[in-house]
Design a protein around this ligand. Structure first.
Ligand SMILES: Cc1cc2nc3c(=O)[nH]c(=O)nc-3n(C[C@H](O)[C@H](O)[C@H](O)COP(=O)(O)O)c2cc1C
Length: 204
């Protein structure tokens, strides 16, 4: 996979799919083949989860195959997310069940596990030439209403899936964000040695 301007700048090497993943806004007007989308959700399905409860569901709509469904999901996006989300090939809302009927007690890992399923899904998408842009900026109550999500379930995150397009399709503001370099906090701030706050010599 060729390095792009958006590839992660790392101190230690990481897998190309991880290095090249980023969250674009410019999506191409291109449908995702059924088998490719299937692979993406299979990847999520096989994510690990606490007690193997698999507390994730995905409400999806493909723009090229279900315009009404896509419009419903799009209507839940807030602000700028709506302006570029309309170009995605597929929109999704990931939903969890914090208090599952099938297990005793609340599932403390429900949201954690949805995040992990989304991570699997994102990397599988990358391996198929697709990109995911996750969005917390969506109206959960509206999603509950227009997608008819029952009370015991909770919308967690929305996401756009699609193939990359040229940033020139975006507004000037969005283009600027699209072209901005990606950044991360240093490993030294994220990995401690044996106790909280203690710098690890390998990551100093
Ligand atoms: C849970 C979550 C919520 C996010 N919400 C939004 C959002 O509402 N709008 C947006 O443009 N990006 C959103 N993002 C994307 C992040 O801004 C992005 O992942 C972060 O800036 C790092 O950039 P990168 O993914 O290109 O490495 C979200 C990402 C996650 C994981």
């Amino acid at each position: 996979m060729p390095k792009s301007d958006k590839s992660a700048v790392t101190t230690y090497p990481i897998n190309d799919l991880l290095a090249n993943r980023w969250s674009p806004r410019a999506f191409a007007d291109r449908a995702i083949p059924t088998e490719v989308l299937g692979s993406i959700f299979e990847a999520a399905r096989w994510a690990p989860s606490s007690r193997n409860l698999q507390p994730w569901h995905f409400v999806i709509a493909a723009r090229h195959h279900d315009a009404d469904g896509f419009a419903r999901l799009l209507s839940t996006l807030m602000g700028a997310n709506k302006s570029w989300g309309k170009n995605a090939s597929v929109l999704l809302v990931a939903v969890t069940e914090p208090n599952p009927d099938s297990a005793p007690g609340p599932n403390r890992y429900a949201h954690y596990d949805v995040g992990q399923a989304m991570a699997h899904l994102s990397i599988q998408a990358m391996s198929c030439g697709l990109f995911i842009h996750q969005m917390g900026g969506f109206n959960r109550e509206k999603a509950r209403e227009v997608l008819e999500i029952p009370d015991q379930y909770e919308p967690v995150v929305s996401a756009a899936i699609g193939y990359l397009a040229d940033p020139s399709i975006l507004s000037d503001t969005m283009k600027k964000r699209e072209l901005a370099p990606r950044s991360r906090n240093p490993l030294a701030e994220q990995v401690f040695s044996a106790k909280w706050g203690q710098t690890h010599p390998d990551y100093a």
